[in-house]
Design a protein around this ligand. Structure first.
Ligand code: SAM
Length: 214
C-alpha cells in the first residue's frame, strides 16, 4: 500500500468492492461466472489511472475488461474514473503485480493482454522488470487462451525494439506493427493517459499485436 498522500483512499476503495476486487486470486477459474457471461476477457497489465481500460469497457460492452495495477495510489484514480463512468458491468479492477497473473487466472481464461506505455526499465540489470521480458511472456502464454493476443503501445523506441526482439526470440508471431500509430489513427484507438501526454509532445506512438504459436 502506498497511500500516504491520499488518506481518504483506503475507505473509498473499500466502498466499491463490486468493481475493485480485494482478493482477485479467489476468482481463479471463476472470472466468467463473476461477469455473468461467456464473453472474452481482456486484461491490461499496468493500467495506471485507467483511462484506456474504462474507455474500452464503455466502447465494447460485449467484452469483459480487467485493469491490473501495481500501486494502490494509482489504481484509486482508476476507481474514481470507473465510478464517474457509472461502473460499467463489464469492468473490474484490482491491485496486483503482473508477476502473479498465473495465481489469479486459470490457464486459457484470458483472451487478450494489453500493455500500454509500460515502464521501460532502461538499465540492463532491470530488464527482468520489463513487461515484455521473457518471464512475463511465459506468464501471458500460460493465462491466454489459444489464439489469444498481446497488444502493446509505447512511445519508447528502445522498449519497442526490445519487445520486438524478445517476442520474436520467444517464438511469437507478430501481426500488426506500426511505427507511427497516430499517423494512421485507427478510429477505435482509445488513448491512455501517457499516450495523450507523449503524443502531445510530438512523440511517435509505436504499436504491435502478437500471438503465441503453439
Ligand atoms: N498504462 C498507463 C498509461 O498508458 O497511461 C500507465 C503507464 S505507467 C508508465 C506504467 C504503469 O504500470 C504504472 O502505473 C506502474 O505502477 C504499472 N506497473 C509497472 N509494472 C507493473 C507490474 N509488474 N504489475 C502491475 N503494474 C505494473
Amino acid at each position: 500500500m502506498r497511500l500516504r498522500n491520499k488518506p481518504w483512499a483506503r475507505d473509498y476503495m473499500a466502498e466499491h468492492p463490486d468493481i475493485l476486487l480485494a482478493e482477485p486470486e479467489k476468482m481463479m477459474n471463476g472470472w466468467h461466472t463473476l461477469f455473468g457471461n461467456g464473453n472474452p476477457i481482456h486484461i491490461e497489465v499496468g493500467s495506471g489511472m485507467g483511462q484506456f481500460i474504462i474507455g474500452m469497457a464503455v466502447a465494447n460492452p460485449d467484452v469483459n475488461y480487467i485493469g491490473i495495477e501495481h500501486f494502490d495510489n494509482v489504481i484509486v484514480s482508476a476507481l474514481e474514473k470507473a465510478v464517474e463512468a457509472e461502473k460499467p458491468s463489464n469492468l473490474r479492477l484490482f491491485r496486483a503485480n503482473g508477476m502473479d497473473l498465473a495465481k489469479i487466472f486459470h490457464k486459457g481464461e484470458i483472451d487478450r493482454v494489453y500493455l500500454n506505455f509500460s515502464d521501460p526499465w532502461p538499465k540492463t540489470r532491470n530488464a527482468k522488470r520489463r513487461l515484455t521480458h521473457e518471464t512475463f511472456l511465459k506468464l501471458y502464454e500460460e493465462v491466454l487462451a489459444e489464439g489469444g493476443e498481446i497488444h502493446f503501445k509505447t512511445d519508447n523506441r528502445l522498449l519497442f525494439e526490445y519487445s520486438l526482439v524478445s517476442m520474436s526470440q520467444y517464438g511469437m508471431k507478430l501481426g500488426f506493427v506500426s511505427l507511427d500509430l497516430h499517423a494512421e489513427m485507427p478510429e477505435d484507438n482509445i488513448m491512455t493517459e501517457y499516450e495523450e501526454k507523449f503524443s502531445a509532445k510530438g512523440h511517435p506512438i509505436y504499436r504491435l499485436e502478437s500471438h503465441f504459436t503453439n
